[in-house]
Design a protein around this ligand. Structure first.
Ligand code: SF4
Length: 310
């Protein structure tokens, strides 16, 4: 009979597909042959072998399954260990013990820094605490030189916290665009100035607790404003230069600014906190430059454990 003689519907064509037929006939043939040859002998043999094989495979499989399960648990553990290894904390370089010799070394560092930078000034140009606050917010991820290029026109345009707070949307952003991250910086300046206007009568507060409540103001900015604009020693300013140099000089072994500040507060006399960070910033700009520290010309080289040998 032709494949297509029964019906012309495509469903039946699929049913008549020769491969499917072959399989069916094979199975039937094998079962038929079993009956022809003799179920007793062949089947017994085959079933016996099947049983044997079955037993063998089941007996093999079971322990294999057990093995799998027994393995799977440790793998999870070892997986944890692996991830743990990946995230293992790096051991911090050891910090010199704060004994008499170390105090003497730190004293020498301070003395040299005072000689090098007797009258350190804040690199950000400003005339009042509000201007310093705004300039410090702008200096995030930006050079002081760039900020100083932007602020003269900015401070002529916005003279009070109320004027900054009321700046039209998009206008302040354009005014500070070249300092980078201008959207978030504008949002922080507006937010900080609104709060200053509403809660502090338009005057920048002079406590660290109140300053860190302002949008965009963390401990670094608060310490800059308090130390430089108000002359209040509340902490040590920790910026990128202070982080780098205080690690090179082994005054800290931390990378987190808050932890660095704690280490520096322990090692540097309180009366030096404000100027010490200014001096370190200047040294970082002039001599201990990030990409190529001038160790050969550095007055601190005898006291610096990280000096490069020439
Ligand atoms: S000796 Fe070198 S690494 Fe140490 S503070 Fe001076 S320039 Fe920096």
């Amino acid at each position: 009979m032709s494949r297509f003689s029964r019906d012309n519907s495509p469903e039946l064509w699929i049913l008549d597909f020769p491969v499917a037929k072959k399989k069916k006939t094979k199975k039937r043939a094998s079962s038929a042959s079993r009956t022809a040859v003799g179920r007793k002998s062949t089947n017994k043999k085959k079933s016996a072998t099947r049983r044997k094989v079955g037993r063998a495979t089941t007996s093999k499989k079971k322990p294999a399954a057990k093995k799998k399960s027994s393995r799977s648990k440790p793998t999870k553990k070892s997986g944890k260990k692996k991830s743990g290894r990946g995230h293992r904390k790096k051991t911090l370089p050891k910090l010199p013990r704060l004994d008499a010799a170390e105090e003497e070394r730190i004293g020498e560092i301070l003395k040299i820094l005072i000689q090098l930078y007797p009258d350190p000034e804040c690199a950000l140009h400003h005339d009042n605490p509000l201007q310093l606050l705004v300039a410090t917010i702008l200096s995030a991820q930006c050079t002081d030189e760039r900020v100083n290029m932007v602020t003269p026109a900015l401070f002529r345009k916005y003279r009070t916290a109320a004027e900054f707070a009321a700046s039209p949307p998009g206008e302040l952003e354009q005014d500070i665009r070249s300092t980078g991250f201008f959207n978030s910086k504008a949002r922080n300046i507006r937010g900080a100035c609104q709060r200053i206007e509403q809660q502090h009568g338009g005057l920048v507060p002079n406590t660290i607790e109140e300053l860190v409540e302002l949008p965009g103001v963390a401990r670094k900015t608060a310490n800059v404003v308090l130390g430089t604009a108000f002359g209040i020693t509340a902490g040590v300013v920790v910026d990128t230069h202070v982080t780098r140099l205080s690690n090179l000089l082994q005054l800290t072994n931390q990378k987190d600014p808050v932890k660095i500040e704690k280490d520096l507060q322990l090692r540097i006399p309180r009366k030096e906190w404000i100027n010490f960070s200014h001096r370190l910033i200047w040294h970082g700009r002039k001599v201990c430059i990030a990409r190529r520290p001038q160790c050969g010309e550095c007055r601190l080289q005898e006291l610096c454990p990280s000096r490069l040998e020439e």
